[in-house]
Write a protein that binds this ligand. Sequence first.
Ligand code: HMG
Ligand code: MG
Length: 302
Amino acid sequence: GLPERVTIYEVGARDGLQNEKALVPTEVKAEFVERLLAAGLPVVEATSFVHPKWVPQLADAGDLMTLLHERLGARAGELPVLVPNERGLDRALELGARHIAIFGSATETFAQKNLNRGLDEQFAMFEPTVVRAREAGLDVRAYVSMCFGDPWEGAVPLEQVVTVGKRLFDLGASQLSLGDTIGVGTAGHVTALLDAFGAAGMAVDQLALHFHDTYGQALTNTYAALQAGVTTYDASAGGLGGCPYAKSATGNLATEDLVWMLDGLGIEHGVDLEQVVATSAWMAGHLGRPSPSAVVRALAGD
Ligand code: HMG
Ligand code: MG
């Protein structure tokens, strides 16, 4: 049967805003994070300590974390932040981070484009980062991108995804998030990939799924993963974050769409749907574009 309870890992402030054209003021981001926490989201990823030229939308990561510490106290340290390398780790540690996420690529081309190094070279960057993070007592999540297809390379072999994913996880992560970065995956592919990770010795509770809704498959894919027993799902409030590699206004699976389906299935998640919808409607005002989430549009009205 399906799990009784799942964890929604909210990525709107990071994956969502990093892919929006509009630059959102730091104050608004802080309020966004606070509102998501108030809506009951158990994990709210806040920002990325990456090179500001690579992701200008998140160049205010330090200011945002300082503001969040002022407002939330120790709770700010519990918010995960992306960290690609030791320079990023230093910045995150200075600002009291306790949870970091590294982000690897399952393909050579995306490793080059996203990390400025090759598929194998990425590990030389992540390894010392994770070792030092673990020594400092931090929790580490590992993302792997392009698990279901790559815009330049096309299909990505299951074995390649499993090899890279396991290698990232084995650096010392507590969870591996499998990213459908461009949203091309379909349900049968999800089942096959989860089977392949299982055959390689990974437990279902070590895995999370990170769907983008570019091709409208995110909820169907989530259902396939629920059937396989996965209990952590990444989602972004309002479906923020268009994909830079596809001509699409659709970003991550919307938190509201996920909550609506989970409610219908009787699966617990602890999130207040109305509060997330109100937050997304408020954020849509700041971004100057309507939310692409079907549930937000159905419930928020105009
Ligand atoms: P690089 O240019 O190879 O870095 O970039 P480098 O180590 O050669 O350093 C060059 C300069 O950058 C140095 O400065 C460093 O100090 C500085 P200089 O000495 O020349 O003055 N630098 C930094 N500054 C601030 N913060 C840092 C940092 N690191 C180096 N952390 C790097 C390599 C990884 C830094 C770069 O490629 C980068 O920032 N990439 C980030 C790309 C990114 O954020 N992508 C989006 C997140 S992944 C994602 O969204 C997918 C996901 O959602 C899952 C899915 O959907 O699949 C997670
Ligand atoms: Mg993503």
